[in-house]
Design a protein around this ligand. Sequence first.
Ligand code: GLN
Length: 491
Amino acid sequence: MSELTQLTLKAALDGLASKAFSSEEITREHIAAIEKARSLNAYVLETPEKALEMARASDGRRAKGHAGRLEGAPLGIKDLFCTEGVRSTACSNIIGNFVPTYESSVTANLWRDGAVMLGKLNMDEFAMGSSNETSAFGPVVNPWKSGASNADLTPGGSSGGSASAVAGDLCLAATASDTGGSIRQPAAFTGTVGVKPTYGRASRFGMVAFASSLDQAGPIAKTVEDAAILLRSMCSFDPKDSTSLDVDTPDWTQSLGKGVKGLRIGVPKEYVVDGMPAEIQALWDQGVQWLKAAGAEIVEISLPHTKYALPAYYIIAPAEASSNLARYDGMRFGHRAETASSLTDLYETSRAEGFGKEVQRRLTIGAYVLSAGFYDAYYVRALKVRRRIAMDFDAVCDRVDAILTPSTPSAAFAIGDRQIDPLQMYLNDIFTVTANLAGLPGISVPAGLDKGGLPLGLQVIGKALDEATVFQVADVLEQSAGFTARPEKWW
Ligand code: GLN
């Protein structure tokens, strides 16, 4: 049997359970596919030997009648999850060749459930970016091409390696993380499904920190069902993360097939933004029609502080980053300057050489907004705006069960296209940051193609801890869209 790599996670788990193929077989096929796809630059570290060892161990467990929820499934891991004994860099030179002596809680949960690690996936440096171009390992290439040109496109970011690997069949599904949109935007750009759960559902222990009050792990997968399966394994209460929620992790596949009859879906008027391409509006209208046709009630809502979300995010996230990244001083691991005249000079030079441009920009902004003279004017004010944004959602939560918006204001763009103007790049997050600021769950589902044949996504935002409804709505969108387009294999 060839093309095991094209299976969904669900189909692969079924095939493994029925012994149609072994974990070793499906893992080998993925390893071969990864070798042929190096031009996509999705993996920054391939771990084929470890993968085969894990696959054989999985086959052994299954032969003895023990099978975890992800038993034998080969997955890709974003390089910001620390993996014991396996280099973990967050794609930054300052972390260098760091080999953790411990495992992140999210990945530990996956191995507990029997999954197999294929390798570490490329990402924007410290997850700062929307195009994977800030990675110390170079940009990731999107498997999709626009009919209009042969240019290499970005898969989005920061989880660009995860998105590209899933879209290119280089893993059955992947872990990712989302601080302002880094799961949902790359999912939208690659025709995949990405979920950011409620803040606190997935442990941040062992994840390289960017902005701790916003960072959340989640899956990028081929289908809504696959995302539900992987998310369940990723989430757990973890005493090692002080913001981890002590709540049960439900089986979200139970939400699928329920339909949306009687559900109230909010459509926020403030998400109609200036200069939004007509095809994004058309896709959103289409989504509304699908949900209406499936029996949902559409409710126009107002989230009045939406326009302040992006500026607030780009104050809060850099502020937290400047604090979190203060630990990288060239002393304990990673890059250290060759020559320095004093200890302070060593810190400064190591940091100037080790961090990339975008990270430096964020650290500078962060240090500025936290400095004594500007703290109240910027940081405290941004926190107040954040509270307002959360209150906007609270105010509508009695009237709607979930909210429908586009995932991104455009389809994937060409590598290099938006590098000159950081503000242009930051606009990518316009529809996604609000869910991070309010701590709410969100999903991006592939829902259509733009005129160049590139995927576009719709986002469903839910109430805190109500991923169940998010999956329920996403399932109907997925069914209605019948999105079967695949990138043509050119790599
Ligand atoms: N694109 C956003 C940023 O650059 C979000 C990144 C993320 O979610 N990690 O900060």
